[in-house]
Ligand binder design. Structure first.
Ligand SMILES: Cc1ncc(COP(=O)(O)O)c(C=O)c1O
Length: 456
């Protein structure tokens, strides 16, 4: 929670950057070189929640590690979800340098080999008929392109999306997002027709159920309820698994897919943080045995170096040819395309999707076993290398304990592990897919020790 002009804003996406605990950590830990840079940063940048002012500086990023300007090193278990292949992967940096020396830009009206190859490769990787592609610079823009396609294809404009969701900072993306810090108070008015429903969240079910065994998929039924009552919804847009993280109950997406089919709405999967192997499958929706109509990718697509995002639509959704739907300056930038293409090659050649599944299983098993000895852990959940530990004051009532979560977080930071807190009390752990099992175990030991020491 953060206090803003007398209002309490709940941050689903990360911990407060103005809390007393944050200021105390900086006061105690910032080194001689970091301190003045943090101050210059706070003076130079517009302040906003979840980012500036910052907690630390960064001078180097390599593999799973980041290092501050005083030489203090952290394993990065957040990385804005860009670092699937680790930072500064040598194969990627070499490919980018070669591309810059070859062709460095492609103005509109001209195409280039590498951009076409990337579009073809994404079309080949994506299942079903998902094979028509458009690139943008960021994920927010990619989601807005997807929404435009849905409008054109259906002749409708309404959307159904989740409370608590994040789909980007643009006005369109924030309209389908569901978090106050991006959409309320200073942000409005947003897009009309952006309807919201409660998300799947089995541990804190908005409908009051204790778990998927007994709920009859109430949350999926509410999506259909909204589609049916509105009667003219263009698209349902959501993350297949929430990156905060929350995992859908079995059968959820099949039910929503069928509801979309019944009511003529497209299903758009925002795979911007979850795609490209993070969850142990190339696309997170592949866990749930359905194919959406449009998918968006971003973040890790640029290999943790360059910004590029993509929309992959069903071939027959190529219906906007007379209009401009993603007129972005860097649409076919050969350097960002090369970064993406090489990242996909690295993911394939290093077996990172399988690795994510295997290491994720290990991490979840180890943390679940540890949870039996730690009553402050209410839930351990995730898929692949996107997992979380929910810190609670009371296991029976599932009452969150944000103060303890924050204490644990700063304890971990002290011990050299960086991650973020989601929804106030969920330690959100999202390591690069290239992490060794040894380093993963070291990080899990840091988390377990912090939980033990902070809750003693
Ligand atoms: C699920 C999801 N969608 C969209 C975005 C927006 O991506 P970008 O910051 O590249 O605009 C994010 C970024 O965090 C995200 O997590």
């Amino acid at each position: 929670m953060a206090e803003k002009g007398g209002r309490q804003l709940r941050h689903t996406e990360g911990e407060s950057n103005t809390s007393q605990a944050r200021l105390a950590w900086i006061d105690k830990n910032a080194g001689a070189k970091s301190r003045p840079l943090l101050k210059r940063d706070a003076d130079a940048f517009l302040h906003q929640s979840l980012s500036s002012p910052c907690v630390a500086t960064i001078a180097k990023a390599d593999g799973i590690w980041i290092e501050d300007t005083d030489g203090r090193r952290f394993m990065d278990f957040h990385g804005n979800s860009v670092h699937h292949i680790g930072y500064a992967h040598p194969r990627l940096t070499a490919a980018i340098k070669r591309q810059i020396d070859g062709l460095s830009f492609s103005p509109r009206r001209f195409t280039n080999e590498v951009s076409v190859e990337l579009a073809e490769t994404l079309g080949a990787i994506a299942p079903g008929d998902l094979s028509k592609v458009l690139f943008t610079t960021g994920g927010s823009d990619a989601n807005e392109v997807a929404l435009r396609i849905a409008r054109a294809a259906t002749g409708r404009f309404k959307t159904v999306s989740f409370w608590d969701a994040f789909h980007g900072a643009g006005f369109g993306a924030a309209s389908v997002g569901g978090e106050a810090t991006f959409r309320s108070h200073i942000a409005g008015p947003l897009l009309p027709g952006s309807e919201h429903v409660a998300p799947f969240n089995c541990y804190h079910c908005a409908y009051g159920h204790s778990g998927p065994q007994s709920c009859g998929l109430a949350c999926a039924k509410m999506v259909e309820f909204a589609l049916e009552r509105e009667g003219d919804v263009a698209a349902v847009i959501a993350e297949p698994m929430r990156a905060v993280p929350t995992v859908p109950p079995p059968g959820y997406w099949r039910a929503v897919r069928e509801a979309c089919n019944r009511h003529g709405a497209l299903l758009i999967m925002d795979e911007i943080p979850t795609g490209l192997g993070k969850t142990g499958r190339m696309f997170a929706f592949e866990h749930d045995d359905f194919v959406p109509d449009i998918v968006t990718l971003g973040k890790s697509l640029g290999g943790g170096i360059l910004p590029i995002a993509a929309v992959i639509a069903r071939r027959d959704l190529d219906v906007c040819g007379d209009f401009a739907i993603g007129h972005y300056t860097h649409e076919k930038n050969p350097v960002t395309a090369r970064a993406a293409l090489t990242t996909l090659e690295i993911i394939r050649d290093e077996g990172l999707v399988e690795r994510s599944a295997e290491l994720g299983q290990h991490a979840l098993a180890r943390l679940s076993e540890f949870a039996e000895t730690a009553p402050v852990i209410g839930d351990v959940r995730g898929r692949g290398l996107m997992f979380g530990v929910e810190i609670v004051a009371d296991r029976e009532t599932r009452q969150p304990d944000p103060e303890l979560a924050e204490k644990i977080y700063y304890h971990c930071l002290d011990a050299g592990l960086s991650f973020k807190i989601s929804a106030g009390n969920v330690l959100t752990l999202s390591p690069p897919l290239v992490i060794s099992r040894g380093d993963l175990d070291k990080a899990l030991t840091i988390v377990e020790t912090a939980i033990q020491e902070c809750s003693a």
